[in-house]
Design a protein around this ligand. Structure first.
Ligand SMILES: Nc1nc2c(ncn2[C@@H]2O[C@H](COP(=O)(O)OP(=O)(O)O)[C@@H](O)[C@H]2O)c(=O)[nH]1
Ligand SMILES: [Mg+2]
Length: 302
């Protein structure tokens, strides 16, 4: 299954709301205020969020007037264009040109960081790259073990320390080993939960300083992993990580589950960050590069 099919089946929950949207277009009248109110409401129900839904309704009003929409079908195409454009929040491809380059994976507990690292390692290995995994989540022993399993599966190297050791020290060792072994990409796993939030953010800042000191010229992708099923809550988390970690993109996981895909629009509109990958399952191949046009097309497929 390609991007389109996986996204399409993953978005069944969102598409239920889309069906109501189709009904809305059938009764379309360009001057009806009800149309925009109902549009906004349906978008909110799909997890788009109030602020972003309001913006979409505003952009639709504007476009209706500029493009002189008269018919439901014209408005429908207009909405597809508005939503696709909204998703353009920067480059969706990973920039990993230096050797080594770094991917720092952050996000709260259970969102899918370690799993996403495994999937990415697999993809990079397939591209012929030498990959080093760094078990920076030292909070629980199980975290390093889980990463170890993914290292084996994907054929990547791994550096890990004992439970409770200093994550920054693991990162230092991981980077040294990657340099010594000529690795192309270093992927760093981090804890999503420490004794408190300030602790976690301090830890991330410390890891970041080690990377900048040891690899000052390296391309660094700081990806925040966000569980799509948490809806608008995820947005609040992302804002906190954005301030501390300096994110370059989002990975949106669990779009195969009960997620309502509207969160993608809120991320682009409110965080101004590109979604770079979406997770659509627990398997090695269930990570797909994000494509705005395909995503919106899948949402509106009749
Ligand atoms: N259905 C589904 N499950 C996922 C996806 N990504 C991760 N998971 C599952 O979510 C759970 C937590 O993942 P994990 O990588 O350990 O999260 P972490 O705490 O952020 O490292 C595991 O059971 C994963 O298999 C996804 O895209 N879809
Ligand atoms: Mg983990």
């Amino acid at each position: 299954m390609g991007f389109f099919d996986k996204i399409f089946s993953g978005l069944s929950k969102t598409r239920n709301n889309m069906e109501e949207l189709e009904e809305l277009f059938q009764g379309y009248a360009p001057d009806s205020e009800d149309f925009y109110d109902e549009l906004e409401e349906l978008l909110v129900l799909s997890d788009v969020g109030a602020a972003t839904a309001e913006r979409v309704a505003y952009l639709m009003r504007k476009k209706t007037w500029e493009d002189r929409f008269r018919k439901g079908d014209e408005a429908r195409r207009g909405l597809i264009q508005v939503l696709t454009k909204l998703l353009d929040a920067g480059d969706t491809a990973l920039k990993l040109e230096t050797k080594p380059s770094v991917i720092l994976m952050v996000g709260v507990n259970g969102v899918g960081k370690t799993t996403t690292i495994g999937k990415l390692a697999h993809q990079l290995k397939e591209e012929g790259k030498k990959v080093m995994l760094v078990a920076g989540d030292t909070f629980r022993a199980a975290a390093a073990e889980q990463l170890g399993i993914w290292a084996e599966r994907s054929g990547a190297d791994i550096v890990r320390h004992e439970e409770g050791s200093d994550p920054a020290a693991v990162v230092f060792d991981g980077i040294s080993a990657a340099k010594a072994r000529g690795c192309d990409v270093v992927i760093i796993d981090t804890a999503g939960r420490l004794h408190n939030k300030a602790n976690l953010m301090n830890e991330l800042a410390k890891i970041r300083r080690i990377i900048d000191r040891e690899l000052p010229e390296a391309d660094v992708e700081t990806l925040m992993v966000l569980d799509a099923t948490t809806g608008q809550n995820g947005l609040i988390q992302a804002k906190q990580f954005l301030e501390t970690a300096g994110l370059t993109g989002i990975v949106l996981t669990k779009l195969d589950g009960t997620a309502k895909g509207g969160i993608v629009f809120a991320i682009a509109n409110e965080l101004k960050l590109p979604v770079k990958y979406v997770g659509v399952g627990e398997g090695m191949d269930d990570l797909i590069p994000f494509d705005a046009e395909n995503f919106v097309t899948a949402l509106f497929k009749r």
